[in-house]
Design a protein around this ligand. Structure first.
Ligand SMILES: *Cc1c(COP(=O)(O)O)cnc(C)c1O
Length: 234
């Protein structure tokens, strides 16, 4: 077996164990393979195990891979920082965007999403630990932003995403995820049934269990699937 396949088996086992321990159906959690900086061969190996969802952070790099792998029918998620001048290509090439941290970006994506495509699924990024270095809305801003974004035609608001400050203690890891979950519940309390948010994009290699205990529906895993990243690239 390839290393990537072995790694995926291990990550899937962790996901399954955490879901069952938390009283959840393991199929309610999507494993998003974060493939930034990885070559197309590694992505193909992951796809062969049945993974369909891949996350990318850098647009030019992603576009090349999307083109090379188009026959595989993969779902591509944009999870990196977004500059305004990149929104058109994101709107035209991705199924999901997790890293919406400004209203203007959502407006541009909606305007630029081709009408021949299904609506673009989006998550609002929440800077849950209020770190100066991290992008995202504050929790306080979210209710108003949700109202504005609900009006936009070609995007579908699916939920919230966060990247908390790194912590080792499993109990401490759960706290920001619990905050994101309760923010989602609060927003859902004010939305019509057909508009309710169904996505919590949270949890990475080091904290996916904590995220699953707090109802994550998408975990974004790079290192534990593909190995350590070259730190000079990222
Ligand atoms: C790189 C990245 C990940 C994956 O992180 P790992 O620790 O390698 O699992 C997840 N989410 C985002 C937004 C990332 O940029």
């Amino acid at each position: 077996m390839h290393k990537v396949e072995e790694n995926i088996e291990r990550v899937k086992a962790r996901l399954q164990t955490a879901a069952v321990a938390g009283g959840r159906d393991p199929n309610s959690v999507i494993l998003l393979a974060v493939s930034k900086t990885r070559d197309t061969k590694s992505i193909q190996q992951a796809a062969q195990t049945g993974i369909t969802d891949f996350g990318e952070n850098y647009l030019q790099e992603a576009l090349e891979k999307i083109d090379i792998l188009k026959s595989l029918g993969l779902k591509w998620h944009f999870i990196g920082p977004i500059q305004s001048n990149k929104t058109r290509q994101i709107a035209e090439n991705f199924s999901w965007v997790h890293s919406i941290g400004r209203l203007k970006i959502a407006q541009r994506l909606s305007a630029q999403r081709p009408s021949t495509m299904a609506p673009l699924n989006i998550c609002l990024q929440v800077n849950i630990d209020q770190e100066a270095t991290k992008a995202g809305f504050s929790g306080d801003e979210i209710p108003l932003v949700v109202e504005e974004i609900a009006q936009l035609p070609n995007i579908k608001l699916r939920g919230l995403m966060t990247i908390p400050a790194a912590q080792h203690d499993p109990i401490a890891q759960r706290l920001p995820f619990a905050q994101l979950r309760s923010l989602l519940e609060k927003i859902n309390g004010s939305l019509d049934n057909c508009k309710k948010l169904d996505t919590l994009s949270m949890g990475m290699s080091a904290d996916l269990e904590a995220a699953i205990f707090e109802q994550a529906t998408i975990v974004r895993v790079g290192t534990d699937i593909f190995g350590p990243r070259n730190k000079t690239i990222l």
